[in-house]
Design a protein around this ligand. Structure first.
Ligand SMILES: O=C(O)C(=O)C[C@]1(C(=O)O)C=C[C@@H](O)C=C1
Length: 385
């Protein structure tokens, strides 16, 4: 049975500084905060004990520890309940870490992402799962997929597309190779790039970064450092490592990477588009249940003939299903020298278990040579990096 909190007393106001005749002092305010903290700790531990019991139930029923839908619900309720003055973002972070802590009591979760730490993939992982998980940075997007596929980790974080720069080919390619892995959630991270260095602005000769990050800042770099040599490396955090090691070099990376590698911020917010958002996918072996505010990612190949694609996707229009993303992707899958082939990646509104989506997908499948449901998952809110 869940244990009652040791004290169900509402935070008392009787002894609050406002009620005393004398003007409140720093000491009296602080002793009120000490009293509130004590109650908070009791309540937090009571919450953790209940989370532990939920963990035991889940284990008995073979359910997963992480429930994305429930976590979204808890945060949405906290934000709706709050009347301030605590900022909504602060409250969101507090609840994210609370639930990260609850999960870690139930089971240690391992999350793979493109590293080293403080890459944007790592920041996306922290934004979704909090700090109380084991972050496993690996050397490539392909390695993230392999770690999940080999069950070395429960989840992987991979970038799908960027609002300035488009699709991430390495990720789409891995979905072609390992279509059995499912997208469980999306993380839409607002990406702010910094120019980081241990040298001064006028000394920078080389700029390291991941190709997509360099591309997202190309106008800024062309205008402000036209002579610098641009060097493409595996991730923005790896770029920060280079900039730490080498004099007269800089990195385009996150501010967090700058702090971690002890670099100066020579310029902040250097992305060309102010709304620079990268959409990441959380991948795992299992699929996600319906929440009522879902989307579905599909991968399909249609016959290489006039109207092949239109015949398939017009069925979404006919059945009132909104399509929010489409990417064509050249592939060797089903291709020959004379007949190159394309796969299409699509997002539609709704969950694959929603009756209208299910019926439509059955019809679409008949028009396709190949149709994979890469996952149905809740639509993600935009999070600041
Ligand atoms: O409600 C659950 O399923 C829990 O395990 C509790 C809790 C929480 O701390 O609120 C923790 C982890 C889950 O991902 C969702 C919520």
């Amino acid at each position: 049975m869940p244990r009652k909190p040791s004290s169900d007393r509402k935070p008392s106001t009787a002894s609050s500084p406002a009620d005393t005749k004398r003007a409140p002092t720093l000491a009296s305010f602080r002793s009120e905060i000490d009293r509130i903290d004590k109650e908070l700790i009791t309540l937090l531990n009571h919450r953790a004990e209940i989370a532990l019991q939920i963990g035991q139930l889940k284990q008995k029923q073979g359910l997963e520890v992480w429930s994305a839908a429930r976590e979204d619900e808890v945060i949405a309720r906290a934000l709706a309940t709050s009347r301030g003055p605590l900022p909504a973002e602060t409250l969101r972070l507090i609840f994210r870490e609370l639930m990260s802590g609850s999960r870690s009591l139930q089971r240690t979760m391992r999350i793979a992402c493109l590293g080293p730490k403080y890459s944007y993939s790592h920041l996306a992982a922290v934004a979704k799962f909090g700090e109380a998980v084991e972050h496993v940075p690996v050397g490539s997007i392909a390695a993230v997929f392999e770690e999940v596929n080999r069950r070395h980790v429960q989840f992987g974080i991979v970038p799908l597309e960027n609002s300035t720069d488009g699709r991430i080919a390495d990720t789409l390619d891995m979905f072609v190779r390992l279509p059995g892995l499912k997208i469980r959630a999306e993380i839409r991270l607002r990406v702010h790039h910094c120019l980081l260095s241990r040298s001064e602005w006028g000394q920078v000769q080389r700029i390291y970064s991941k190709s997509q990050a360099l591309s997202q800042c190309r106008h800024w770099i062309g205008k402000n450092l036209p002579e610098a040599r641009l060097i493409d490396v595996v991730s923005t955090a790896a770029a920060a490592e280079h900039a730490q090691r080498e004099e007269f070099s800089a990195a385009v990376a996150s501010q967090a990477a700058g702090v971690s590698y002890g670099l100066k911020v020579l310029a902040a917010n250097i992305e060309d588009q102010p709304h620079n958002i990268t959409r990441f996918a959380v991948i795992s072996e299992r699929s996600e249940e319906r929440t009522g505010r879902d989307k579905t990612t599909l991968m399909l190949r249609v016959p290489n003939q006039p109207g092949g694609l239109v015949e398939a996707i017009s069925l979404f229009k006919k059945n009132g299903i909104n399509m929010t993303w489409i990417e064509s992707f050249p592939t060797s899958d089903g291709a020959s020298d004379s007949d190159p082939n394309y796969l299409f990646f699509l997002d539609i509104d709704g969950h694959a278990d929603d009756e209208p989506v299910k019926k439509t997908l059955d019809l679409v499948r008949k028009k396709c040579e190949r149709l994979e449901i890469l996952g149905s998952y809740p639509r993600g809110e935009c999070i600041e990096s």
